[in-house]
Design a protein around this ligand. Structure first.
Ligand code: FAD
Length: 323
């Protein structure tokens, strides 16, 4: 039986959904694998460790240290490397998130192993896991197999469904002491944005606005639509460049990559660089007054019309359905 380590990720005092998806990915790699979740932090980690077990991990390892309060690549790589040394896993899975993208290449180079990043699905060819990942900004997919060394992968959030939570599951929780030290950088303070709502990269619904929204004010109905749908607001670079919204909302080649169940593109033309960040969304709805806009080529549903009329109508109708 193989052993797969899942590196969990925290946001505040909760685990990010991608941690649970990584457990499901580990089971897809090897259904019989012993899955060991790892969670780091500075406070009580037991309930987070239990959460990993409820979502399919067989046991969990916690690393508690003051220097792990907030993520730093040095601190977390010291902690995770120590766990890897003790556990000697055959595989490692983590989210292809900002943290995963920072940490995984660092760990892979220290471990002198390869890394398959941004995996969206895992198939099997006999016993051999086959990793599917987008290439050329999402225009094609490649299938990769690992011939030698550790099975080290990062998974794109929102693509591999997590296993059903089962609070009756139990497993060993082991705490590992690691002296996380000699950090060259420390995080003094994390200043949150006031509008920190649903996490864009993990949102099930994204309402994204483009230059067609025309102003900061014009984004307000988009926030209302996102709220009615329980989603997050995103944007094209056109909208960010025009200062209608913050760059943290930018979706695309040089922004965030999202894969929600529903993506509503409002006043976005559908430039290739934008599509790179959202074309794998499960259902795409486009609202644009130009019937020739490129976004309609990838949309499942298109509404040709003025967004300033269509969006309020949508909000009104959706509110009726919700009541
Ligand atoms: P526009 O192309 O100006 O489109 C606005 C759309 O709104 C039009 O289709 C118009 O018909 C519609 N519209 C206008 N008024 C209304 C109305 N009242 N009702 C309905 N529809 C209306 N872009 C990204 O998004 N993300 C990236 O990560 C990114 N990275 C880039 C990297 C590089 C190296 C480069 C060169 C470019 C990058 N871009 C990126 C920019 C990209 O090429 C486009 O310029 C940008 O996506 C355009 O944004 P937009 O669709 O909002 O604006």
């Amino acid at each position: 039986m193989s052993k797969i380590l899942v590196v969990a990720e925290r946001k505040d005092n909760e685990l990010r959904n991608v941690s649970f998806e990584a457990i499901a990915a580990a089971k897809k790699i090897d259904a019989d694998a012993e899955v060991v979740g790892v969670v780091c932090g500075e406070d009580d980690l037991e309930s987070l460790a239990n959460d990993l077990i409820y979502h399919g991990a067989d046991r969990a390892v916690t690393v508690k240290h003051d220097n792990l309060k907030t993520y730093t690549s040095e601190g977390y790589s010291q902690a995770i490397l120590a766990v890897i040394e003790q556990e000697s896993p055959d595989g490692i899975v983590m989210g292809h998130t900002s943290i995963g993208k920072d940490l995984s290449p660092k760990l892979a180079s220290r471990l002198n192993t390869g890394l398959v990043s941004d995996v969206v699905d895992i198939e099997k060819d006999g016993d051999q896991p086959v990793f599917i990942r987008p290439i050329y900004s999402g225009k094609a997919f490649e299938k990769k197999v690992i011939k030698d060394g550790l099975t080290f992968v990062t998974i794109r959030p929102n693509n591999i469904a997590k296993l059903e939570e089962d609070p009756s599951r139990s497993g060993e929780i082991r705490s590992v002491d690691v002296d996380v030290k000699d950090l060259k950088t420390i995080v003094k303070e994390v200043i949150k944005k006031a509008s920190d709502g649903v996490d864009l990269s993990e949102a099930k619904v994204v309402v994204a606005g483009g230059r067609g929204v025309k102003s900061k004010e014009g984004f307000k109905p988009l926030y209302e639509l996102a709220e009615v749908l329980g989603g997050a607001v995103g944007a094209s670079r056109g909208a960010c460049d025009a200062e209608y919204c913050d760059y943290s909302l930018q979706i695309g080649q040089t922004g965030k990559v999202v894969t929600p169940d529903l993506y509503i593109a409002v006043g976005i033309s559908g430039a290739i660089q934008h599509l790179a960040g959202m074309s794998n969304s499960k259902v795409i709805v486009a609202i644009n007054k130009d019937p020739e806009a490129n976004i309609f080529n990838i949309a499942d549903y298109g509404i040709v019309g003025d967004l300033f009329e269509v969006v309020p109508m949508l909000i009104e109708e959706l509110k009726k359905v919700k009541v």
